[in-house]
Design a protein around this ligand. Sequence first.
Ligand code: AMP
Ligand code: GLY
Length: 421
Amino acid sequence: MKVLVVGGGGREHALCWKINKSPLVEKVYCAPGNAGIKDIAECIDISATDFEGLISFTKENDVELTVVGPEIPLSFGIVDEFEKEGLKIFGPSKAAAQIEGSKVFSKNLMKKYNIPTAKYETFTDLDKALEFTKELDTPFVVKADGLAAGKGVIICNSIIEGEKALNSIMNEKAFGEAGDHVVIEQFLIGEEASFFAFTDGVNVLPLESSQDHKAIYDGDTGPNTGGMGAYSPAPIAEGLHDRIMSEIMVPAISGLSDEGCNYKGILYAGLMINNGEIKALEFNCRFGDPEAQPLLMRMESDIVPIMLEISEGNLRHSEIKWRNGSSVCVVMASKGYPGKYKKGFPLKRLSNIETCDDLIVFHAGTKLEENTVVTNGGRVLGVTSFAKSLGDSIKKAYVAVDSIKEDGLIFRLDIGKKGLA
Ligand code: AMP
Ligand code: GLY
């Protein structure tokens, strides 16, 4: 069978790699893909939001399953458009994807279905929002309702900072319409973890735990990014698996169903864990990037039958087999990221490492220019390793990072370290 993966980041490289391993799959396409994906899939020059183009392509090429990586096409309704044409696609509908696309929707869902989360209020009126911040202890968190490329969340340490954040989001429209509505919530302390489950809206199949490293600098300092590295499993979530399922994942999925938006795909919960107390920070309607890279490297079961069953609305798998060991992904990003950075730097040292199932350099922002791989985005590479222990996996990833690093690339030196403590 032929499969199309939509997207072109590190997560999509990992998805193409995993899907390619399925004995059911004869060919993988990726739209638009990147320079690394080109080695394992046929990249086609169609944007992830050109639904008409993607639908024509799948019909003309007898693609049997389409798998969507990023949140933007999901929030714009790619699944609804494909299903109207009778095409199989893995991902939630536009209505269900609101769980990521609207923080107001998501927080209200959590409240209604008793999912533990930070106390909050929502506002469309700037003056009322400003008034509310005076009632809160600091720090508090201001969030733009809509998608804002991970930048719409501002932690405020004073009322003045709150005023600045609200002005920038609601008045100056720093994130456009995404800021018409805001959530203001209590700041939570603890350690973050990521949790994922496959679901057809009724049956829920959890993945193993993982942890992202959101901040740009070592020791979780500096501004937040899309994720500078991840590892799996994450000790912080060990022993909490059943409670994460019963307190967070299952109520969210059945709540969505009760609201009339059955969720099909992979649901991502961003969690804050503090002394055994679990709270949901947010939900996303897709795999995490970079969490997908270590999770997929560890996943032993074939992913394709699971995705097919979900796209047909009938998830029958009740178990996933995992490689027993640890996987780590160290992200190498362009100097300047998550702020301004330049593109087009050649990556000349990639051939220094030989990749295998225990060591892969997943590409994110890369492209081919006259046969040379050059940087083409903020996050550039995700060096992903597997070993029996977390310590060995970290060592293996950093040996590889050292042998391919370039002057224009930055990376954290402490990915996975929290898991060793
Ligand atoms: P979100 O997109 O809502 O997950 O927010 C992005 C990041 O902001 C999270 O991964 C946390 O690091 C941080 N964050 C969001 N909400 C809170 C909160 N209530 N308390 C502490 N940190 C938060
Ligand atoms: N790793 C964070 C995200 O995918 O949103």
